[in-house]
Design a protein around this ligand. Structure first.
Ligand code: C2O
Ligand code: CU
Length: 485
């Protein structure tokens, strides 16, 4: 009896010990450098000989683990900036806390719609009037220089009350984008710290009515441009409409059109090639994603989640409840893309799962990336000029809108089926449970870039990885004042 009891006690001790070690490892340092966090992944390239792939030098050891490709020292994210000189457009955005979970920009939410022209050097001064936890602005989908990316604790410190930060970037691509806070984003974006950014082409075509329809749930209420009432649009005879739909929510929303044919002109700020006219098809607007619809001057009704209404020229019939989905994998005309996707320099896996464990000492059923819980998330290492291929696999039981900062990515295939439509560039990819996507991108924007789930509550629970260029480092720290998620 005594021996058995001893064995039981030892076994229990062992289990407690193992769980305890897991628990201890679930804590990140109180001041975490994005440049040294996680597990280094060089994407088939041999890791620097001295660290065997683990990427965890002691705190305060700036950039020491970056490897052998230093090229004359470490570049701070602070120095990755837009050209100097006077901007073409200047804006001032004042962030304000209007209630415990309610935020305004220039007195409203969504904040002002910023409209600029392709090629403009844009300068935005963010002033924090009263957001107690601090605030930043991230330019979702725009390939800004890293110093303008607006991620608290990675590319800047959160702006405290009374402080300011100047964002400068050139908008190279015409398209639909948006901006939002990247300090405590799961709280501040939900509460309204966001707005639309439209980059108009240098020479817009005549006769096009160009409107933004930004949808957001405020305390569970579906809104379009901040209003619950239907949005009314008039398109003069002979003209056409470009309807820029932006989803700022945590989940995907279905978009349907009743009474008229439409085209999908663009996805995530990239024009599609050869978009054909379709009727009676529904679209999925990814969380964080944008879709530009093209419609003619006829009565039509666009629904968002079946609730939000946009009435064009008085409105058309409501769309049928069940419509087959329009798949952008096979929509539009296939043309070659000048990107050597068959011979990439790096290959990465981003496998999304879920398992029980501890994050910051809290027990739970947590998201995993490549089998690990936060903070043992991958650090995808690249060098400037690399062609990168990434396989995103989701067996986590939930949908994840995957968003890479600072780059646009090209969809190569889904579940092994290659893209046969227009080149499908995006920055917010709706990855459903059970799906596998192959994507590719060109590493042409040095910095440290988040690569995370845009369901911001998932991100706050650790669904965050980073893409890092060799030779780049950050002086900022994720800590009590800088909480990007
Ligand atoms: Cu729209 Cu990391 O963000
Ligand atoms: Cu997610």
């Amino acid at each position: 009896m005594r021996v058995r009891a001893m064995i039981a006690l030892l076994a229990a001790g062992l289990v407690i010990g193992v769980v305890g070690v897991d628990w201890l490892h679930s804590f990140a340092p109180r001041r975490l450098s994005a440049a040294t966090m996680g597990v280094m992944d060089t994407g088939d390239r041999p890791a620097a000989a001295d660290n065997g792939g683990r990427h965890s030098p002691p705190e305060g050891h700036h950039g020491g683990a970056i490897g052998g490709h230093r090229h004359g020292g470490v570049m701070s994210v602070d120095r990755l900036v837009a050209p100097s000189g006077p901007p073409d457009r200047r804006f001032t955005l004042r962030a304000e806390q209007a209630g415990p979970h309610h935020y305004l920009i220039n007195g409203r939410t969504p904040g002002p719609e910023l409209r600029v022209r392709q090629g403009d050097l844009v300068e935005v001064t963010l002033i924090n009037e009263s957001v107690a936890a601090g605030v930043t602005l991230h330019w979702h989908g725009v390939e800004v220089p890293n110093a303008a990316d607006g991620v608290a604790g990675v590319t800047q410190d959160a702006v405290p009350v009374g402080g300011r930060y100047v964002y400068r970037f050139v908008v190279r691509r015409a398209g639909t984008f948006w901006y939002h806070s990247h300090q405590l984003s799961h709280e501040q974006v939900l509460g309204g710290l966001l707005g639309a950014l439209v980059v108009m082409p240098r020479h817009p075509s005549a006769g096009v009515v160009d409107r933004v329809a930004l949808t957001h749930l405020y305390r569970g209420r579906r809104t379009i441009n901040g209003a619950v009432a239907p949005m009314m649009i008039t398109v003069p005879a002979g003209g056409s409409l470009r309807l820029r739909m932006i989803n700022t929510d945590n989940g995907p929303v279905p978009v349907q059109v009743g009474g008229a044919a439409f085209r999908v002109l663009a996805c995530d700020g990239s024009d599609l090639v050869g978009p054909t006219e379709v009727t009676g098809r529904s679209l999925t607007l990814t969380a964080g994603g944008r879709i530009d619809l093209g419609l003619s001057a006829t009565p039509a009704t666009v629904t968002i989640s079946g609730i939000g209404l946009i009435k064009i020229n008085g409105g058309g019939p409501l769309p049928a409840a069940a419509q087959p989905e329009l798949d952008l994998l096979s929509y539009g005309r296939h043309v070659p893309v000048p990107l050597a996707t068959a011979t990439p320099d790096r290959r990465f896996d981003y496998v999304l799962g879920r398992r029980p464990g501890f994050v910051e000492g809290r027990p739970g059923l947590w998201w995993t990336i490549n089998g690990h819980l936060w903070p043992r998330v991958p650090m995808f290492m690249v060098a400037e000029g690399d062609v990168v291929r990434m396989r995103i696999v989701n067996h986590s039981g939930d949908v994840h809108p995957m968003h890479l900062h600072g780059h646009r990515v090209l969809v190569l295939s889904r579940n092994g089926v290659p893209s046969t439509g227009s080149p499908w560039w995006l920055d917010s990819l709706n990855v459903r449970n059970g799906e596998t996507y192959e994507i590719a991108f060109l590493a042409d924007n040095p910095g440290i870039w988040m690569d995370h789930c845009h369901n911001l509550t998932h991100a706050a629970d650790g669904l965050v990885a980073h893409l890092m260029y060799e030779g780049v480092d950050t002086p900022y720290r994720i800590d009590r004042d800088n909480e990007p998620e």
